[in-house]
Design a binder for this molecule. Structure first.
Ligand code: UTP
Length: 289
């Protein structure tokens, strides 16, 4: 079944990147000249997604403004003959049909996904975490949708991380299926060292069947007093198995200070406008590091 819908949870408090995220959603933090969430919407659109629901919360209205028309600005750009920028600005509003719903309390990623129940209805859907930007030739959301279409089971994007990182993320129990795909039969959120199944963790993307809502409604609040999406996916993995895709693409965690720096440096280096001058600048300062 073709995946047409995506949910982007963007209602978190972003405590790891304060004070930047106090009045400005972390999903709106810019990588050179584009906010993080625009890269994510572009990835979904390139993957064939038509309808997107963004989960927002108080203080996140700039997200809605960003994907809306801006008549005054557009007129100004047209009048001054800046056609390229005009087209770029207008095209942002045409990437997909975007709607919004508010998560009234930040009770975790699982709780945010539950807010998408009416939008999703009875079909599988993709989830793209609003602070995880993944760049590459082949959009990761599309790589996961392909796997869902082939196996007809929930799919998670996975990557190997370090022993230190896995204790802050999730750990997958898995067996290889060939190429970059794995069968997942169990998982655990924020494992203690003795609970680690493998160093493969879910990073930023999944495709889920609509049954996840019923599971979420019956999942108790977990680590940190939050409703954890991983806990619901664990039930799904144990009951019917899930597929892990060790995806191609470079991931930047825009919810962390180091992730933001890495994204700006790497995108800045390949940016048509800044690339050459930025490379020269970096080489200059690297000599004294
Ligand atoms: P994170 O756990 O990275 O977001 O969730 P956070 O809670 O903002 O992080 P801290 O405070 O820095 O630790 C991953 C994604 O899920 C969204 C976030 O906005 C982020 O894009 N999220 C998280 C929600 O939409 N609602 C929530 O209740 C929690």
């Amino acid at each position: 079944m073709k995946i047409r819908k995506a949910v982007i949870p963007a209602a978190g408090l972003g405590t790891r990147v304060l004070p930047a995220s106090k009045a400005m959603p972390k999903e709106m933090l810019s990588i050179v000249d584009k906010p993080a969430i625009q890269y994510i919407v572009e990835e979904a659109a390139k993957s064939g997604i038509e309808d997107i629901l963004i989960i927002t919360s108080r203080g996140k209205t700039t997200v809605e403004d960003h994907f809306d028309r801006s008549p005054e600005l557009e007129k100004k750009l047209l009048d001054s003959g800046k056609l390229d920028v005009y087209n770029e600005i207008v095209n942002i509003t045409k990437l997909a049909n975007i709607t919004y719903v508010r998560q009234h309390e930040t009770k975790g990623l699982g709780h945010a996904i539950l807010c998408a129940k009416a939008f999703v209805g009875n079909e599988p859907f993709a989830v793209l975490y609003g602070d995880d930007v993944i760049l590459g030739e082949n959009p990761v959301c599309g790589q996961l949708c392909e796997a869902y279409e082939k196996y007809g089971r929930g799919v998670v994007g996975i990557k190997e991380v370090t022993v230190e990182q896995i204790q802050k993320y999730s750990s997958m129990k898995l067996t290889p299926l060939g190429e970059n795909r794995y069968e997942i039969t169990d998982m655990i959120e924020k494992p203690k060292p003795e609970e680690i199944f493998s160093l493969f963790s879910i990073l930023g993307r999944c495709v889920l069947p609509p049954r996840i809502f019923e599971i979420l409604e019956n999942t108790p609040y977990g680590v940190g007093g939050e409703l954890q999406l991983t806990d619901a996916m664990k039930t799904l993995a144990r009951e019917e198995g899930m597929i892990g895709v060790d995806f191609e693409g470079r991931r930047y965690d825009m919810g962390s200070k180091l992730g933001i720096l890495e994204a700006i440096v790497e995108v800045g280096l390949s940016h048509p406008e800044t690339g050459a001058a930025f490379r020269t600048y970096l080489k200059g300062i690297a000599q004294n590091l």
